[in-house]
Design a protein around this ligand. Structure first.
Ligand SMILES: C[S@@+](CC[C@H](N)C(=O)[O-])C[C@H]1O[C@@H](n2cnc3c(N)ncnc32)[C@H](O)[C@@H]1O
Length: 327
């Protein structure tokens, strides 16, 4: 499908007003490009731990919108856009307001990523997108089916894989470690698509509790539990921030968990570390990732300061897993 892309050169002061004015004209899906650095909150929400160097912010912003090219004439709508820009000059600096056009193909943003997600293994666990047919020869495999929807967690990311390997070790056991608890209770902080909760349950966890800041993750997690034929009663999921929400800390449970897994970001794990020991039973493990390599020491220090003993540090690419025990 072809699309006409229109880009308005404006100012960072005007970009939000302009986007909302474009939406008022019935335009859906506006893209903003500027050099304004992301705030800490934006970084956490977008799972970005470090940012590329941006050119200096000179206050210029490019606001683009797309119109499907189905032979229609965009002239009338563009006239309305130009009028809107001129009217807005009375209230905000609109910059040049120059409109340029381009044509682009296939803009199925919501679904395009699916082309890059196909079945793969983490050790003996076969992770398969829900929309892919299960091959006859894979019927007896340890299977996890996932549709992350708009949440994070296909299993492809190094940090998810680091956590899954640790869940394998600390729930199922391996040649170097024999779990003391066969059916652990697991807390999954930052559950995203629910992938780690589902792996934990499939490996034998008796129950999981999950949390995430993003309400969409509740839907993804419940849907993925269902796809994986897991009784919804085995999982309880809450929206909220364990770091400072004492009500959530209580609801999640005190000294209840054999394993707490948190694949978030170094900048989130560091302030979260102090509340983790109180969630764990004695002898329980904290498995964490989402840590970029240059923040490894900061996270390790925070975990040790919280009173846990770091027992393992693993790396995959530039990402780090730290596993710690409550003694
Ligand atoms: C990298 S994703 C991990 C998703 C999934 N657990 C996985 O391993 O693939 C991090 C998730 O943590 C959530 N998150 C960020 N800060 C959080 C916080 N303070 N408490 C709970 N969840 C948080 C994000 O919304 C996101 O869904």
């Amino acid at each position: 499908m072809k699309w006409n892309k229109y880009t308005i050169e404006t100012t960072t002061a005007a970009e939000d007003y302009l986007s909302s004015a474009l939406m008022d004209l019935g335009i859906e899906g506006v893209q903003i490009e500027d050099n304004v650095p992301l705030t800490k909150e934006d970084q956490a929400e977008m799972f970005i731990d470090f940012l590329p160097e941006l050119p200096p912010d000179e206050g210029i912003s490019y606001v683009s919108f797309y119109l499907e090219d189905n032979g229609q004439d965009d002239t009338e709508l563009l006239k309305q856009v130009k009028t809107t820009i001129e009217e807005m000059r009375n209230v905000v600096d609109m910059g040049t307001g120059k409109i340029t056009s381009d044509q682009t193909e296939d803009l199925d943003w919501i679904n395009n990523w699916k082309k890059f997600f196909s079945s793969f293994y983490i050790e003996d666990i076969l992770i398969k997108p829900t929309w892919e047919e299960l091959k006859e020869e894979d019927r007896d495999k340890f299977l996890i089916e996932i549709d992350p929807g708009v949440s994070f967690g296909t299993g492809k990311h190094e940090t998810t894989q680091l956590c899954i390997r640790q869940l394998l070790k600390y729930i199922r056991g391996n040649e170097t470690y024999t779990p003391q608890v066969k059916t652990p209770k697991v807390l999954d902080v930052g559950c995203g698509s629910g992938i780690l909760s589902i792996v934990a349950l499939k490996l034998g966890a008796s129950e999981v509790v999950g949390t995430d800041l993003d309400p969409d993750c509740m839907t993804s997690t419940h849907d993925n539990m269902e796809v994986n034929h897991l009784d919804q009663k085995l999982g309880t999921f809450y929206v909220g921030n364990l770091i400072d929400d004492t009500e959530l800390q209580e609801k999640a449970g005190t000294e209840e968990f054999d394993i707490v897994v948190a694949n978030i970001l170094a900048d989130v794990i560091i302030p979260m570390a102090p509340v983790i020991p109180a969630r764990l039973k004695k002898g329980g493990y904290f498995i964490t990732s989402g840590i970029i390599d240059f923040k490894e020491n900061d996270v390790k220090e925070a975990i040790e300061k919280a009173g846990l003993e770091v027992v393992e540090i693993n790396h995959q690419g530039e990402w780090v897993n730290i596993t710690a025990r409550k003694n």
